[in-house]
Ligand binder design. Structure first.
Ligand SMILES: [Zn+2]
Length: 92
């Protein structure tokens, strides 16, 4: 789609940023707003979904690490209790 120069009405090839005759900036070819906003919103949605997925992964990772720490600390406490019990029993 050719773009028409606002100043000299020269027809310029599509995508031209400056007029071929007078060199003044040529406005970008008119695009349907629906397509443009749709593209932007789909881009935004993709970004949003990606960010959400990333946050979800991070949260799952943090949750998993927390669970591992909790289990390990529980095991350590259990072993300590067992150790104390064995010590108490063997002292008798
Ligand atoms: Zn021009």
């Amino acid at each position: 789609m050719a773009t028409t120069c606002l100043r000299c009405k020269q027809e310029n090839p599509a995508g031209a940023k400056f007029c071929a005759r007078c060199g003044s900036p040529v406005p970008p070819p008119p695009q349907p707003d629906e397509t443009l906003s749709g593209e932007i919103s789909s881009d935004f949605h993709r970004l949003y979904r990606g960010a959400k997925r990333c946050i979800g992964k991070a949260a799952a990772l943090a949750y998993g690490a927390l669970r591992v720490i909790l289990v390990l600390s529980a095991v350590v406490i259990l072993l300590a209790i067992i150790g104390v019990l064995i010590e108490v029993i063997s002292r008798r």
